[in-house]
Design a protein. Structure first.
Lengths: 288, 310
């Protein structure tokens, strides 16, 4: 009996690992935007929702090939990120920080309601099922494995971009000192726009991976949005490595907690853990 | 069904809850966790009544005690370790999600996402069941919520006149400086948090008893917490009647659009509301009432002829 028990626990742990990769990618865009522009996009999960709808409609309604639909969706969400920055964030950049948080909350309401208006409240499914992979007595969903792989590849690509390219270096420099960099010939406004588009693009990539696993509906953002924020805060807002670690920790709590109890309890334990850690390290686990 | 009366009750009830939230919000404590306090209020009372037959009067005491405990457990470390701004908002957001998830997870007792209905106590045409806090007559409810709303405004006024208010103002502007002139930051913040949480909890109880239905998504969680924050922003959080104006505005907007378009466009009101919120925060951060008062003031100041001259 114990042997069976252990293999299922191992399966839960490994599924948690796969979930962790996905959550790490989800938190990446948010962390990038926060680190550079110092703004929390509360509507980040809703941008992902828009990306999921874009994939769905291009693929199912207009019969685009899936890969092309996904590329287009990434471009669409990148554009949304840019629009969000230019029309909503820019006007409040010099206002109180909390106003910047709240204004994107207004965008959350808008996107969610506009999606309901445009697409209806029915659950939509892409209709693509990937075969699951069996490993001994355990089985893993193919969509999750792909998501994990793409998420890791995306993170590595971003890391190379930030550390090797000129623009990436400029982005990192701006995030470290907003006052000095303009004197060095870096235009903050351009970097901010670029970062927003990049953050949007990452949300679009996340949307492509999520759409393979989950049904789409207008309120789907609320089901994973809070987790993504908490992961970013847990890792230290703007700290990408911290967010990466926090994503895997969180995913384990959800997967293993959900294994022993109901899935909601997995979340409850993860959230309670988050609150406890905040009291221990208010600026995130990697803060000095 | 008396529709205008129903609207008036909802405006006053939400006005009261928004006022409770603003007690914290206007001194820089932007909480996304008030859904938790409202949910605790609503569910504690209904669950104790349904499962143990405990009258809501005693249930309310239990709910308030529970809320105060939660407020201290979350608030004290937050204030002690200087969790402010974004971080405070997101920690409290976790609190409201935890509350919602616990309610859903205890589905055998709470009914989960389907919600729960308090056992009816109005038998055979009775209109008042005082022990069960259930009233069929809407006039009774109007009187109750009016009393609570006035009570909320009274608390606002008392806080305004107290020394604590000055301390909190100082803290919200410069926490370190406030501490250095001898303000007990943690204590000042904790006090207003407990007051605000208890009032919100009472609002949750009233909401549950009035609607005679509770649902984890409508009394707790991130959605309801955001609704409170944005209702207040729309109305204006720095003036006493601002939150109430926000409640009236959002409710009448939703109802007005529903009357105009029927149910053809179910989310039209929230779409317009979302756009307006964004515009408000960018161009009118003081809210409707705040901006109106400002306009009134500058007009008076710029036209000295209207002032009585001797």
């Amino acid at each position: 009996m114990t042997e069976v028990f252990d293999i299922f626990l191992l399966e839960a742990v490994l599924n948690g690992l796969l979930l962790g990769g996905l959550l790490a990618l989800l938190s990446l865009g948010l962390n990038l935007v926060f680190g550079v522009i110092d703004v929390v996009w509360i509507c980040y999960a809703e941008l992902i929702m828009c990306g999921m709808y874009a994939v769905y409609y291009l693929h199912v309604q207009y019969h685009w090939p899936l890969a092309l639909a996904m590329l287009a969706a990434i471009a669409v969400v990148a554009l949304l990120g840019l629009i969000l920055h230019v029309f909503v964030i820019k006007p409040v950049l010099s206002a109180e920080p909390i106003n910047q948080l709240l204004v994107t909350g207004g965008v959350l309401f808008f996107l969610q309601a506009a999606a309901t208006l445009a697409f209806g409240i029915e659950f939509k499914n892409l209709g693509v099922t990937l075969p699951s992979v069996r490993l001994g007595e355990m089985s893993f969903s193919g969509a999750r494995l792909i998501a994990f792989g793409v998420a890791l590849a995306g993170m590595v690509a971003l890391w190379i971009f930030l550390s090797r390219s000129y623009l990436g270096t400029a982005i990192r420099a701006i995030s470290q000192d907003r006052q000095i960099m303009p004197l060095m010939g870096v235009d903050p406004a351009r970097i901010f726009s670029l970062t927003s588009a990049l953050g949007g693009g990452l949300a679009g990539l996340a949307a492509c991976l999520l759409v393979l696993q989950y049904d789409i509906h207008p309120a789907i953002g609320l089901s994973f949005g809070p987790i993504v924020f908490l992961i970013c805060v847990l890792g230290g807002l703007g700290n990408m490595l911290g967010g990466f670690i926090a994503a895997f920790v969180f995913a384990q709590f959800i997967a293993v907690g959900g294994f022993f109890f109901a899935i909601e309890w997995g979340y409850v334990i993860a959230f309670a853990f988050f609150i406890a850690v905040m009291f221990w390290r208010p600026r995130g686990i990697l803060s000095r | 069904m008396n529709y205008p009366l129903h609207l008036a009750i909802l405006v006053l009830l939400w006005g009261y809850i928004y006022t409770s939230w603003s007690l914290m919000g206007r001194v820089g404590l932007v909480s996304f966790g008030h859904g938790a306090f409202m949910g605790i209020g609503a569910y504690t009372v209904v669950m104790l009544w349904n499962h143990f037959g405990l009258t809501p009067w005693l249930g309310a005491i239990a709910a308030l005690a529970f809320t105060a405990a939660v407020a201290v457990v979350i608030g004290y470390p937050c204030f002690r370790f200087k969790i402010v701004g974004h971080y405070f908002a997101l920690v409290t957001l976790a609190l409201s999600e935890v509350t919602r998830l616990i309610i859903v997870a205890l589905r055998d007792q709470t009914g989960g996402s389907l919600g729960a209905t308090p056992n009816g106590a109005l038998h055979g045409g009775e209109t008042v069941a005082l022990g069960a806090l259930q009233f069929a007559a809407k006039e009774v409810w109007l009187a109750i919520v009016l009393a609570f709303w006035l009570g909320g405004l009274w608390v606002w006024r008392m806080v305004d006149r107290s020394m604590g208010r000055l301390a909190l103002q100082a803290i919200s502007e410069e926490e370190e400086a406030a501490a250095s002139i001898g303000i007990h930051v943690t204590r000042a913040k904790l006090r207003i948090t407990i007051i605000s949480a208890l009032m919100t909890c009472a609002g949750g109880i009233l909401y549950a008893q009035y609607q005679l239905y509770v649902n984890p998504d409508t009394v707790s969680g991130i959605a309801i917490s955001l609704q409170m924050v944005f209702g207040v922003i729309a109305g204006g959080m720095f003036v006493m009647l601002g939150p109430t104006v926000g409640a009236a505005f959002t409710l009448l907007l939703a109802e007005g659009l529903r009357l105009a378009f029927g149910n053809r466009y179910p989310a039209l009101d929230t779409t317009i509301y979302g756009v307006m919120l964004v515009l408000f925060i960018i161009y009118m951060p003081k809210g409707i009432l705040g901006a109106a008062l400002d306009l009134f003031k500058t007009r008076r100041a710029s036209s000295p002829r209207t002032a009585p001259s001797r």
